[in-house]
Design a protein around this ligand. Structure first.
Ligand SMILES: C[S@@+](CC[C@H](N)C(=O)[O-])C[C@H]1O[C@@H](n2cnc3c(N)ncnc32)[C@H](O)[C@@H]1O
Length: 247
């Protein structure tokens, strides 16, 4: 494992990668200081990608909100012709480049978001595990004291500060007959994602679900989320969904 990641003063961690990626990805990923460790949402999306290899092999793929790069690297390992990855966190961009090199694949990791991806498009496949957790204070991509850790999950009061613009951008990001796959939680409105994609002329459906125990951030926000009808009362788990859109 390389530690090229660390700019002066930053720490580097590593994360073990879980069973759905067995035989596809290296067992360990390197993470810059504030970079999201691959976890259940990442793995659910990769499970769907593995089941839909024909959608990815030979295609030009976008991984938006790449974090460690796990999604784009999985796409490259599944035979994508080209993978371009964007994240607003520069440590994520560096982590993606390092992890791709460790996995022996090429991923073009760039700092940026939806506008930069639109300029780099169109793509045959658009993949994203964006931030999607509703934040009581409306935090969304806000950097507190330079620490970007919460940028990986905080997504405004409705959890849709990235999802809404992403859904609106899909018709511009996708090439003819292109496919998008997004993962997010029930707390940020799966039906709204489906409706927004359909409004854009995209044929959209939910193709996978998974239930996971509430993590520390959601446990702390559970009562607020349930008061707003975004989580059932006394919930101990949340549902994740993978939405597929076809042009
Ligand atoms: C939930 S993490 C997912 C990381 C990785 N794709 C995975 O599946 O493990 C979300 C990522 O989105 C990035 N992000 C947040 N807001 C963004 C935006 N507006 N544009 C691009 N990336 C963003 C964060 O820095 C973080 O790396």
């Amino acid at each position: 494992m390389t530690d090229l990641l660390a700019p002066a003063g930053a720490s580097v961690r590593s994360a073990a990668v879980a069973p759905p990626t067995e035989g596809l990805l290296p067992h360990e990923f390197t993470l810059g200081d504030s970079v999201y460790a691959p976890q259940d949402d990442s793995f659910l999306l990769i499970e769907v990608m593995r089941a839909e290899t024909d959608v990815i092999a030979g295609r030009r793929v976008l991984d938006l909100c790449c974090g460690s790069g796990v999604i784009g690297i999985a796409a490259a390992c599944l035979g994508a012709r080209e993978v371009v990855a964007f994240d607003i966190n520069p440590e994520a961009v560096r982590s993606t480049a390092v992890n791709a090199a460790d996995a022996g694949v090429v991923v073009d990791a760039r700092r940026g978001s939806i506008d930069e991806a639109l300029a780099a498009g169109p793509f045959d496949v658009v993949l994203s595990n964006p931030p999607y957790v509703p934040a009581p204070d409306g935090a969304a991509g806000v950097v507190t004291g330079g620490d970007m850790t919460a940028t990986a999950w905080d997504a405004g009061t409705d959890g849709r500060s990235v999802l809404d613009p992403l859904c609106r951008a899909v018709p511009g990001l996708l090439a003819a007959e292109g496919v998008c796959l997004f993962v997010h939680s029930e707390t940020s409105g799966v039906d709204r994602t489906l409706a927004m994609l359909r409004d854009g002329g995209i044929d959209a459906e939910t193709v996978a679900h998974g239930h996971i125990p509430l993590g520390p951030v959601l446990r702390e926000r559970a009562e607020w989320l349930s008061r707003r009808g975004l989580l059932p009362p006394a919930a101990r788990s949340e549902m994740l969904a993978v939405v597929r859109g076809r042009r």
